[in-house]
Design a protein around this ligand. Structure first.
Ligand code: FES
Length: 150
């Protein structure tokens, strides 16, 4: 049987093919949408080798008395240079997770959300924070600050 463009069977066949392609696309998209998070969970992230996770910062980016927030192992980390040395701590407040800031004039780390205060070793000085900030290893080599260096 030969189909002509004007035949209703031609239109029906074309519509059927179109619907199959459309349904296949939708079904494939749904399967991908369902499986993608599972694959993301099963495949480790690229930077899972924690020994090689070292961040280099030019010392000029963090002059003495100043701080910089960097992303270290997917966690905001505050790097602070003072006359007493170099400090690096997780920048996530242990109260409700706001990002802390360096208060240079008072030489303390403060949380802008509920005013928790931490010292340079991450210890809670005041406020609602229940735990200290986690210390991250850091050191200066030549003109670089290495965060995560042993
Ligand atoms: S989130 Fe930092 S004090 Fe509440």
């Amino acid at each position: 049987m030969e189909l002509n463009k004007g035949d209703s069977s031609y239109l029906s066949t074309t519509r059927r093919i179109f619907m199959k392609i459309l349904m296949g696309g939708i079904f494939g998209g749904l399967i991908g949408w369902f499986l993608y998070p599972i694959f993301r969970y099963l495949i480790p992230p690229k930077n899972s080798n924690q020994d090689s996770d070292i961040i280099n910062i030019n010392t000029a980016e963090v002059p003495v008395g100043k701080s910089k927030i960097v992303n270290y192992k997917d966690t905001p980390t505050i790097v602070i240079r003072t006359d007493y040395g170099l400090f690096a701590l997780t920048a996530v407040c242990t109260h409700l997770g706001c990002i802390v800031q360096w208060d240079e004039s008072n030489q303390e780390i403060v949380c802008p959300c509920h005013a928790a205060k931490y010292d340079l070793n991450g210890n809670v000085k005041s406020g609602p924070a229940p735990r200290p900030l986690t210390v991250v290893k850091a050191r200066i080599v030549d003109d670089k600050i290495l965060v995560g260096e042993a």
